[in-house]
Ligand binder design. Structure first.
Ligand code: NBP
Length: 483
């Protein structure tokens, strides 16, 4: 056997990952695909690559040095289970099976448990960066055992993106930890994209600037604290002119955003964990709202405000307005990341993972869709205080929020006043104000709960659990803690 790593599944992601692996010094890559023509095609297209093609799982296993390590890149779900079963049959105890697809972390936990019984290591690895990342260097989020990391670590480091001299891969934690973190990465990505879209919409409707002019605004923002891949590509998309009509491409694209489900997973998981990822949730819901044309068409005639953005409203000072939106975007982005890291913290506590949050932010600096300068600030915050209860309370972010908050409030108020939906901006602000509140109306909610369901409450002035006899004489009694 000559190969030190294998790839199963040679569609676009697997092919690119295999080519990336083969391009690195010292790697020989065993390759296998269910339909053999894809394997032959890849070998024919890349005669320079160090590939060992296999036409069966047995041949694939025989071509790998021990402990064998293979990365699966097939359609998530039933395909992944089929390949795992075949590899478990062909491999031996001590070998390593990596699922590099977008699996739901609970599936990864289940698979890891089942595969572990055979003595084989199973590693769920989140891989971000799309096709280009797979080929040139993705951000990689592997879970799995410490034992498998010994073999896999050097191989994954050799193919990962590099940010400021460091490879964008770290052992996230056991079993499903890697896919959990990848899931939250995608959730943050949804929020980031929605916030940028809201910023664009407000600028366009408030200033009347063309998409190409707004592209210049984003290109300028990309030189400052908002510098990121998503801001960069936003400028590119806005600048694009449709060849068929000559119109800005963004005006030709149907305004319905699709989703493959990882954003929804992030929110569903957060609901189960009790983590308020409201910005991410609004981003997922905004895509859902956009994708109901039948509801939107019957709602078009609904009344709007007097100063209606659809009726020729414009701002007096476009430059000042744009700067306010930049600040609102930055503040809301801080909230989105803070919520995402909160979910990782809560997931780690729930599933017993030890996750270094600073290390997570560092491996997102390159290769992945949310790569940004900003992630260095997050790493610094966790370096200073590893058990920070909420990211936005770190000194750097407090200062940034202080600087941004007036503009943020102004932008949210304006959007409400003129009827431009800014769900991610406004929910982020509500979250921020909720966190910093001295007292929340949750006290009233708890009172209501006690009224109709005898759910009890705690008092601010003495320990214990209490209930008011609402349907009796309304005196207070000490109650059993029913929480
Ligand atoms: P697809 O998701 O389109 O899957 C196609 C591959 O799955 C083919 O190799 C196909 O083999 C194989 N396959 C299927 Br379908 N069922 C199988 C089975 N029962 N047994 C064996 N092989 C089976 O490929 P992709 O777009 O390259 O994505 C691969 C993974 O990467 C997915 O999990 C996807 O979610 C993830 N992904 C990630 C990113 C990212 O940015 N990180 C981007 C895109 C995709 P065949 O050739 O014989 O049909």
């Amino acid at each position: 056997p000559t190969a030190n790593i294998g790839v199963v599944g040679l569609a676009v992601m697997g092919s690119n990952l295999a080519r990336n692996l083969a391009s690195r010094e010292g790697n020989t890559v065993a390759i296998f695909n269910r339909s053999h023509d894809k394997t032959e095609h890849l070998v024919a297209e890349h005669p320079e690559a160090n590939f060992v093609p296999a036409s069966s799982y047995e041949e694939f296993a025989a071509s790998l040095q021990k402990p064998r390590a293979a990365i699966i890149m097939v359609k998530a779900g039933a395909g992944t289970d089929a390949v795992i079963n075949a590899l478990v049959d062909a491999f031996e105890p001590g070998d390593i099976i990596v699922d590099g697809g977008n699996a739901l972390f609970t599936d990864t936990i289940r698979r890891e448990k089942a595969v572990r019984e055979t003595g084989i290591n199973f590693v769920g690895a989140g891989i971000s960066g799309g096709e280009e990342g797979a080929l040139l260097g993705p951000s990689i989020m592997p879970g799995g055992s410490d034992e498998s990391w010994v073999t896999l670590g050097p191989i994954l480091k050799s193919i990962a993106a590099v940010a400021e001299g460091e490879p964008c891969v770290t052992h996230i934690g056991h079993d499903g930890a890697g896919h959990f973190v990848k899931m939250v990465h995608n959730g943050i990505e949804y929020a980031d994209m929605q916030l940028i879209a809201e910023a664009y919409d407000l600028i366009r409707r408030g200033t009347g600037k063309s998409p190409a002019e707004i592209a210049d605004v984003f290109a300028e923002w990309n030189k400052g604290e908002l510098e990121s891949y998503l801001i960069e590509i936003t400028a590119e998309v806005l600048r694009q002119v449709d060849a068929a009509t000559g119109a800005p491409l963004v005006d030709v694209i149907v305004d319905q955003a699709g989703a493959k489900g990882t954003g929804a997973w992030t929110v569903q998981t957060a609901l189960t964990l009790g983590v308020p990822v409201s910005g991410i949730a609004e981003a997922v819901f905004a895509r859902s709202l956009s994708s109901h044309p039948e509801q939107r068409s019957v709602s078009r005639g609904l009344p709007g405000p007097e100063a209606d953005a659809q009726g020729g409203w414009t701002v007096d000072d476009p430059d000042a307005f744009i700067e306010k939106i930049r600040l609102a975007l930055y503040a809301s982005k801080i909230v989105a990341y803070s919520q995402g890291f909160d979910e990782i913290r809560a997931g780690a506590a729930e599933y017993g993972w030890t996750i270094d949050l600073g290390a997570v932010s560092k491996i997102w600096r390159g290769g992945c869709i949310i790569r940004a300068q900003f992630l260095n600030r997050i790493a610094e915050a966790y370096d200073q205080t590893p058990d920070l209860p909420v990211l936005l309370s770190a000194p750097y972010f407090v200062e940034a929020l202080q600087r941004a908050q007036h503009a943020w409030r102004d932008v949210v108020a304006t959007s409400a006043r003129v009827g431009i939906p800014a769900p991610a901006f406004s929910s982020s602000l509500a979250y921020y104000d909720g966190l910093r509140a001295d007292r929340l109306p949750a006290a009233l909610v708890q009172g209501q709960r006690d009224f109709f369901g005898a759910h009890t409450y705690k008092r601010i002035d003495k320990p214990g659990t209490f209930h008011t006899l609402w349907s009796g004489d309304r005196t207070e009694v000490e109650a059993e803690d029913t929480h």
